[in-house]
Design a protein around this ligand. Sequence first.
Ligand code: TXA
Ligand code: MG
Length: 313
Amino acid sequence: MQVDLSQAITLLQRGEVVAIPTETVYGLAADANNDQALSKIYALKKRPANNPLIVHIAEVGQVLDWAEIFSPLAQRLAAVFWPGPFTLVLPAKAHVSNILRANQPTVALRVPNHASTLIILQQSGLALAAPSANTHTQVSPTTAAHVTASLGEHVSVFDGGACKVGIESTIVSVEDDNWHLLRLGMISEAEIEAIADQPAFKGNDSLPVAPGQQKLHYSPNTPIQLFASRFALQAYAEKQEGCAALIIGQGDIANAQTFCLSNNPDEAAERLYSTLHQIDALHKNKLLVETPPKAADWSAIHDRLERAAHKNT
Ligand code: TXA
Ligand code: MG
């Protein structure tokens, strides 16, 4: 059910759950200091209790309400990438809810870059825990209609238009002078490396993980198969009935209902999930996907497509 900005604020202040837009995907938001409200998020999403939530804050000045340590490296990254599609995992203050952080010693924080959501954060005076507003393992929503289709009409949604970035934030954990990349997003590893002035710390067994990064994720109902070339995809499509095809750039695949994503990775990311939602609604036998170029600025899109295809490989 749609709610307006002031209704969204009132509901959140009362400990209710409201789906809100961000620049990445829609989030299912609740007061990050209210355990009862947080439990409603897990129940609505059917999310396992061991998968922690990101806390959305209005400005960088609120980091120390949540994090025990905000190192100079973390401060530099926040100064450059916030507000924006970038999440920092930092050592948590002792008072931070164990439901929120799923008993991790850390807390994930982000200042989103969405005008209405920043107003909600400021005017409510709350910090908002918000995972993507979809059922666990499904494709994330990038419009208010996707949220309602996934979670049902009883869930309150504030419609702030279609999300501009289109895939979830890049997640980085910072410990002392090191940073780890926990989830790829449209802020690339190279951009972070340039600001951090050092490469990501890799190859340590005790490496922190984002518990939600299991292989099966971001999955449409339609089985997905990835193809390394359009030629291979076309050859397969000719022998199959009832398929859809998703290709990069212009074109048409004979014998498959064809959908095109832009050659530009930012534009492709913006449209990726809404295109997957659209294709899912057609109930095709299979979705054949042309894998994007093997270039760094496509790496987050590769990551999401591989996860979306995982149950079929
Ligand atoms: O763009 C986004 O990040 C969106 C919007 C709504 O902000 N949110 C989002 O939330 O994608 P969610 O819950 O779908 O994914 C958050 C990821 C999960 O993989 C979770 O395990 C990880 O962040 N995470 C959260 N807190 C963490 C922590 N303390 N340590 C490691 N990973 C954490
Ligand atoms: Mg999610």
